[in-house]
Design a protein around this ligand. Structure first.
Ligand SMILES: [Zn+2]
Length: 152
């Protein structure tokens, strides 16, 4: 799933958790749970990407998703809904994507058999839950809206 859905789910979990370690742990678990819901991560989802060359529409979608996440967290800050539990719940919820998408982190983790298996599991649950792009993005933004209203 895209960043917004993961961050808002983790933020809500953090809000309800009452402690930073629980927020991180449950946020992390929520990532795998959300990724197991049928979804679509954009025009390039499911396509073989050669040399990291994504399509222009994929970059635009990711840029919009990232911008939306920043705007939402600015709003939550101004609204007074951000505290450390919320922030760490959100961070916990994006750890699996950071492990996969941040190049140097991925390189480092791939040296460990344990993390190799964790990364394989992350890929495995995503590959088997792909639906068409409109339904797949719609599901994510419904989840995002739901958790946004539960946080504020
Ligand atoms: Zn993921």
């Amino acid at each position: 799933m895209l960043l917004t859905a993961h961050l808002l789910t983790g933020a809500f979990i953090g809000k309800e958790s009452g402690s930073i370690p629980i927020a991180i742990f449950l946020g992390l678990l929520s990532h795998y749970l959300l990724d197991s819901i049928p979804h679509n991560d954009g025009p390039d989802d499911g396509k073989k990407i050669v040399d990291g060359k994504y399509s222009k529409s994929q970059y635009i979608l990711v840029f919009c998703d990232l911008s939306l996440s920043v705007l939402i967290f600015c709003f939550l800050f101004i609204h007074g809904s951000l505290n450390l539990n919320v922030v760490f719940g959100a961070v916990g919820a994006i750890i699996p994507d950071l492990m996969e998408q941040v190049y140097f982190l991925n390189n480092l983790l791939m040296r460990s058999i344990f993390f190799k298996k964790v990364l394989f599991f992350h890929n495995f649950i995503q590959k088997n839950n792909r639906v068409n792009i409109y339904l797949g993005l719609g599901i994510q933004y419904i989840i995002s809206l739901l958790f946004f209203f539960l946080i504020i």
